[in-house]
Design a protein around this ligand. Structure first.
Ligand SMILES: [Mg+2]
Length: 202
């Protein structure tokens, strides 16, 4: 893992890259959500991360922690349904964990994200294997111990691995057996976080 310190600008570039990827993948996210949800995940994420990018560009926060908490607030206030609070909690808790440091190491980011992901699990009363965001987030954060690229790969594999799972949480769980055979939209969008992180770190 790189020893380079990550400053507020790096975090702004990360979340702006997430907005770009979400924009590019919005149609696919909505397609996945139309199979086992209510067909709004792409547009919800697009609206939320566009607001994040706008807020961070208009007034770039001074620390990594403030970048993440600002982004989390934007997601909570602009994204309806479950995704806004879940993504918002992920970023706010991670940001809170990073505190007021002007720069953080990749190891500190991993520790922060570990706290953020735990908060998502608490809020959703869910764990890995439930066919949720956690199926991409947990392996992604674990693989951050190796590298940003490894995290991108692991989270993408985690999202793909949701296909044969029967959903136990979220709207998809109402479908029971019929949720089997479809990739989880939340895990799919969660993997974009790590894809963007790897791209910005390269
Ligand atoms: Mg939905």
């Amino acid at each position: 893992m790189s020893e380079a310190n990550l400053d507020a600008d790096f975090f702004v570039r990360w979340l702006t890259a997430v907005a770009g990827l979400v924009d590019r993948e919005a149609e696919r996210l909505t397609e996945l959500d139309s199979a086992i949800g209510d067909a709004d995940h792409g547009s919800n994420m697009q609206r939320g991360f566009a607001a994040v990018a706008t807020a961070l560009t208009a007034a770039p926060p001074a620390t990594p922690g403030a970048v993440l908490t600002t982004a989390g607030r934007q997601l909570i206030s602009t994204v309806g349904g479950a995704s806004g609070p879940l993504y918002g909690t992920l970023l706010r808790r991670t940001g809170k964990s990073l505190g007021g440091a002007p720069q953080v190491t990749a190891a500190e980011l991993r520790a922060g994200l570990t706290a953020g992901v735990a908060a998502v699990g608490e809020l959703g009363c869910s764990q890995t294997g439930d066919k949720t965001m956690l199926d991409a987030l947990v392996p992604g954060v674990e693989a951050l111990a190796t590298s940003f690229d490894a995290a991108a790969t692991a989270s993408e594999e985690g999202a793909l691995a949701t296909v044969p799972i029967r959903a136990k949480k979220g709207r998809a769980s109402y479908l029971g057996e019929r949720s089997i055979g479809h990739q989880d939209p939340g895990a799919t969008s969660s993997a974009l976080l790590f894809a963007a992180l790897a791209a910005v770190a390269r």
